[in-house]
Design a protein around this ligand. Structure first.
Ligand code: UDX
Length: 436
């Protein structure tokens, strides 16, 4: 099949590349000439494990191409996927900014030839597909098309695997014809017996928000329980096992930490609250999820202060990991952005290490932070180590080496990578999240 993807951001690039890997002929379009030139040279705009090799392979085999010219790519396509950015609007009120979606729609509309399915892949508020259809009808009354919604459930750092082996594919369509086009696109997954859930378009749009809001709620739930464990002296890791093995609950997304971040959960929970508000409803559980997440970051500052004996002034802190999660260079809404400035404000000195995130971090964190290229170097003469993001390379630290180069022995593990027992035995003054 001939597929065109508009937008080579995270979602567009992964989607286009994986469709090419399915065997389809894919053209990825982006207005950013620089991005397209880089992609043509094999330079990725984001760090995502395995993506560069898959792009290279599919380009070589002639199934994947990149261009800034939308016209030809759209007129020859059977399906056009909209994967442009939908940032939180500049008003800061939780609304998604749909400017890029509507601009792209107008351009696509003018170029449509023959029956085409326009698919919303970006996370968009309920009702956006209706607006997209209206714009197409107004711009090109003769166009023969359907608008569908096909939300993505990709995790950064695991996106290729999530795309190739999804738990399910949700397709929101209003006609059997559009359904058949999407089923053909995803045919390689039928062979793996991946369930396809057909819904109407609005339901598919809302499903994405509900999925992310539920996962964010699970995290806020366990983060609150972790704080209670801290107060009681119970262990949240064992507790999470105890509840997670109940099939109705499930063990995933029950890892406490410094609060969820990234490009989806913070933005999508707020957008869902706005959607509900517009329909005269309040979603009190999601409101609490958002509040708990903000409080969790503040609690981490207190946790660090307490571990330092009540005062961070003049203390040298080594921060391991800055990105919102491992295997990405993404700093969007990373807890470090809230936690580190609060520590600096009280007079702490911070040296940080991150395997991929430093160049992004420099844009969003205060300039007083020093960066080093080696994790142990960050810990040299440190009073305390703060493990902020659970990169694999921090999972088996050489404790003897660490103690030798550190000045103090405080280890604050905001991801519960280690256990209190092993750290105490290794001679550290250890603090986890809900594991005291
Ligand atoms: C998420 C969804 O998982 C994905 O389906 C959606 O399409 C996009 O948003 P992503 O943001 O890449 O993906 O990362 P994810 O692995 O879900 O983690 C999000 C945040 O939650 C991270 O900050 C992570 O550290 C945090 N988290 C996750 C926890 O604190 N505890 C957990 O148990 C799981």
């Amino acid at each position: 099949m001939k597929i065109t993807i508009i937008g080579t951001g995270y979602v567009g690039l992964v989607t286009g590349t994986c469709f090419a890997e399915f065997g389809h002929h894919v053209t990825c379009v982006d207005k950013d000439q620089n991005k397209i030139s880089n992609l043509l040279e094999g330079i990725m705009p984001i760090y995502e494990p395995g993506l560069d090799l898959l792009v290279e392979k599919n380009c070589k085999e002639g199934r994947l191409s990149f261009t800034t010219t939308l016209a030809e790519a759209v007129s020859s396509a059977e399906a056009v996927f909209l994967a442009v950015g939908t940032p939180s609007s500049r008003r800061g009120d939780g609304y998604a900014d749909l400017t890029y979606i509507y601009e792209a729609t107008k351009e696509i509309a003018a170029e449509l030839k023959g029956y085409t399915v326009i698919v919303d892949k970006s996370t968009v508020p309920v009702g956006t597909a209706d607006q997209v259809a209206r714009i197409i009808r107004e711009t090109n009354p003769d166009a023969e098309f359907d608008v569908a919604s096909n939300p993505e459930f990709l995790r950064e750092g695991a996106a290729i695997n999530d795309f190739m082996r999804p738990d399910r594919v949700v397709i929101g369509v209003e006609s059997d014809r559009a359904e058949n086009v999407l089923r053909d696109i995803y045919k390689p997954l039928f062979l793996r017996e991946t369930p396809i859930v057909r819904t109407d378009v609005k339901t598919a749009e809302l499903t994405k928000y509900a999925a992310n809001a539920f996962l964010a709620t699970k995290i806020s739930f366990i983060n609150e329980i972790a704080l209670l464990c801290d107060s009681i002296g119970a262990n949240v890791t064992d507790l999470a096992k105890g509840i997670g093995m109940d099939g109705r609950i499930g063990s995933k997304f029950l890892h406490p930490g410094p609060g969820y971040g990234g490009s989806c959960f913070p933005k999508d929970t707020l957008a869902l609250l706005r959607i509900a508000q517009e329909h005269g409803q309040s979603l009190r559980i999601i409101e609490a999820t958002v509040e708990v997440n903000a409080a969790q970051k503040a609690m981490m500052v207190k946790k660090i202060r307490d571990a330092l004996g009540g005062d961070e002034a003049g203390k040298k802190l080594a921060v391991l990991g800055l990105t919102f999660k491992p295997e990405t260079d993404d700093m969007r809404d990373a807890p470090a952005i809230t936690i580190l400035p609060a520590l600096l404000e009280k007079g702490a000195n911070i040296t940080a290490h991150d395997p991929q995130g430093v160049s992004e971090a420099k844009h969003v964190l205060p300039q007083t932070i020093s960066y080093v290229e080696d994790a142990y170097e960050a810990c040299r003469d440190a009073d305390a180590v703060i493990l902020m993001t659970e990169w694999n390379q921090y999972r088996a630290l050489d404790f003897d080496r660490l103690k030798e180069i550190m000045k103090g022995n405080v280890f604050i593990d905001l991801r519960n990578v280690y256990t209190p027992k092993e750290m105490q035995e290794a001679g550290f003054d250890y603090t986890g999240v809900g594991t005291c």
